[in-house]
Design a protein around this ligand. Sequence first.
Ligand SMILES: Cc1cc2nc3c(=O)[nH]c(=O)nc-3n(C[C@H](O)[C@H](O)[C@H](O)COP(=O)(O)O)c2cc1C
Length: 196
Amino acid sequence: MELGQVVRRRKMVRTFQDRPIAPEVVERILESGRHAPSAGFSQGFAFLVLDGPQQAAGFWRTVSGDSGWPHEGLRRAPLIVVPLASKQAYLDRYAEPDKGWTDRAESRWPVPFWIVDAAFAAMLILLTAVDEGLGALFFGLDPPDPSALRLAYDVPREFEPIGAIAIGHPAPDPIVSSAQTRPRKPLDEVVHRGRW
Ligand SMILES: Cc1cc2nc3c(=O)[nH]c(=O)nc-3n(C[C@H](O)[C@H](O)[C@H](O)COP(=O)(O)O)c2cc1C
């Protein structure tokens, strides 16, 4: 698919068919994520991958307990990718001689690049899913406390999940999303050419 087509077709999909994803497609999606840019090439992101209905069910048990969230259609997604960010990887990388921030002070960072980079990786995963004819939803983990996830999957303390991505074959979506109730801002409202 043309890149422009992928970008325009991408929208969050919240309901999936009960249908597996071919292993080579899963690999291509993850490989795309690995190619995300990262500050100082720190590569402080990682992906926790829960592949197949059994592992996906375990993920939902871990993050939602008995809350009833999410709905059945989202639980059918056969692939869950949790992008995680390591702040420590960036503090360590930028303390190396070519960067020289040996005090590892967080105040030096204009924005948390570890979150930026994990989000770039997440976007590549979303776009590659579309390119493969699939749908995906990036969603926030609620409650934000990642301790259950850490415990269930031995996630090292330095890695923070930035959310999660459910991926699968799209099914008709009964969920009314914000994108259907709010118009996309026109370009002139978003872009400030020359000056604001
Ligand atoms: C950081 C972030 C968090 C989001 N969290 C959720 C979520 O928890 N649940 C959900 O259904 N959609 C979530 N979304 C999807 C947005 O609602 C969606 O991207 C927005 O309405 C625009 O729609 P589109 O992506 O289909 O164009 C999230 C998106 C982003 C970027």
